[in-house]
Design a protein around this ligand. Structure first.
Ligand code: PGA
Length: 259
């Protein structure tokens, strides 16, 4: 599976959109995308709409992923979805360890590790989410938390596998709150993540690593965030449900890269 080129703009549709609504949104994004061909766009619809979205974006260069995966290939795991099932539906990516999964479904850094390994085994590119709570930020524990999440969740991977992982820094207090991290706050954590990657896997792996920011990204804050050196793109929630704002965010990220 080819790693996407930077900037990467990913839309996490969460538990929104019926199949028909998903088709419409994907089709509108496809028509706007031809004007912005140099950003990598990845759409993460709900499971039920993956196939339809995959068919709708086919041939456009837009790629598709899932919002979650289980670590076993098959078996008596009612309600779960396996990596081969996602591949068959047309996924190339999968979000792992989103804070909503951690908060509502008790996922941990250890389940992130197992899911990441399972995804890689099946040639799905994991988009591993990490981020601190507001309380951790207020108590100055942000960097410590990020380090622990990376160490348990991904740093046990061999280098060749790590090179096929995308990291998404999503401060929990910024998700769905309208309160984004400001560019300096985002850059501080992104640079810290890149340094950790450099110590673990070397400078080249760190330079190649894709580190996305997520949390209340909107067309009007995308440019200043994307201008930061270590911000390689976005994982967008709410604003990805509207084709106009999602494409505007992609346009701002490209403009920031051209400066
Ligand atoms: P948001 O969500 O853009 O609505 O804050 C981001 C995410 O959860 O990935």
């Amino acid at each position: 599976m080819n790693m996407p080129v930077k900037p990467v703009i990913a839309g996490n549709w969460k538990m929104h959109k019926t199949i028909e609504e998903a088709r419409e949104l994907a089709a509108t994004i496809v028509s706007g995308y031809s004007r912005l061909g140099r950003a990598s766009i990845i759409l993460f619809p709900p499971f039920t709409a993956i196939r339809e979205v995959r068919n709708t974006v086919s041939g456009s260069g837009i790629r598709v992923g899932a919002q979650n995966v289980f670590w076993e290939d098959r078996g008596a795991f009612t309600g779960e979805i396996s990596p081969p099932q996602l591949k068959e539906a047309g996924c190339e990516f999968v979000i792992i360890g989103h804070s909503e999964r951690r908060q509502f479904f008790h996922e941990t850094d250890e389940t992130v590790r197992k899911k990441t390994l399972a995804a890689l085994r099946h040639d799905l590119i994991p988009v591993v989410c990490i981020g601190e709570t507001l309380e951790e930020r207020d108590r100055n524990l942000t960097l410590e938390r990020i380090k622990a999440q990376l160490e348990t969740g991904v740093f046990s991977l061999e280098e060749k596998d790590f090179r096929r992982v995308v990291i998404a820094y999503e401060p929990i207090w910024a998700i769905g709150t309208g309160r984004n991290a400001n560019p300096e706050q985002a850059e501080e954590v992104h640079a810290f993540i890149r340094d950790l990657i450099a110590s673990r896997y070397g400078k080249n792996a760190a330079d190649c690593a894709i580190i996305l920011y997520g949390g209340s990204v909107k067309p009007d804050n995308a440019f200043s965030l994307a201008r930061e050196k270590d911000v390689d793109g976005f994982l967008v929630g709410g604003a990805s449900l509207d084709a106009g704002s999602f494409l505007a965010i992609a346009g701002e990220a490209l403009r920031a890269g051209e400066e």
